[in-house]
Write a protein that binds this ligand. Structure first.
Ligand SMILES: Cc1cc2nc3c(=O)[nH]c(=O)nc-3n(C[C@H](O)[C@H](O)[C@H](O)COP(=O)(O)O)c2cc1C
Length: 169
């Protein structure tokens, strides 16, 4: 059994719900897991870490970026996994490669790879339901209802299961 921190950075809470689902699944698999906002978390005392952030304008949120750099020595010494949450709207089959930069935080992935991250995945996100500015309001208005929440809970739980399998029983 491992003691796992699931640290997350969110603005509109949808990434927090992903982190909670990962922690729930790890607990269901017999591990001890807690989901905590990255800004209030430390990896000290844990056996493994899952770190995730919502994507805004091609970047992770600051709290998750800070966690990665402040906790680098601890992360380097333990298994850790990383996820980003972002894509919303109708999936595009033929998106040009230059659009990839909006999906994956390249610098973060490079830093995580230097520290030995086991895996980085991208989960679908949810359009802010409580828009706080013009951009968020127009996103909400211009996204058809069926593509506003692209989080796939089976995919999220399956990823958490892979993590559970890789941790000491
Ligand atoms: C202003 C704005 C910018 C965004 N930029 C990106 C982006 O660059 N890449 C991406 O994949 N998703 C982007 N998104 C989608 C968010 O990542 C998505 O809504 C996510 O689920 C929000 O997470 P949160 O609810 O935890 O804050 C953007 C959303 C907004 C409102």
């Amino acid at each position: 059994m491992a003691h796992v921190l699931v640290a997350y950075a969110t603005k509109h809470h949808s990434t927090a719900e992903i982190a909670e689902a990962i922690a729930d699944e790890l607990r269901a698999r017999g591990h001890v897991a807690e989901a905590t906002e990255a800004g209030h978390a430390t990896a000290a005392g844990f056996d493994a870490v899952v770190l995730g952030s919502a994507m805004y304008l091609g970047r992770w949120r600051r709290e998750a970026r800070h966690f990665l750099s402040h906790e680098r020595a601890r992360l380097e010494a333990m298994p850790f996994w990383v996820f980003s949450s972002g894509p919303i709207g109708e999936p595009k089959a033929d998106a040009p490669p230059e659009e990839d930069k909006w999906l994956e935080p390249r610098k973060v992935i490079e830093q995580a790879e230097e520290l030995g991250v086991r895996e980085h995945v991208v989960f679908g996100g949810r359009v802010p339901e409580d828009p706080g500015n013009f951009m968020e309001r127009s996103m909400l208005e211009n996204t058809p209802e069926e593509f506003r929440d692209r989080r796939d809970w089976d995919e999220i739980r399956a990823w958490a299961d892979r993590i559970a399998d890789a941790l000491p029983a």
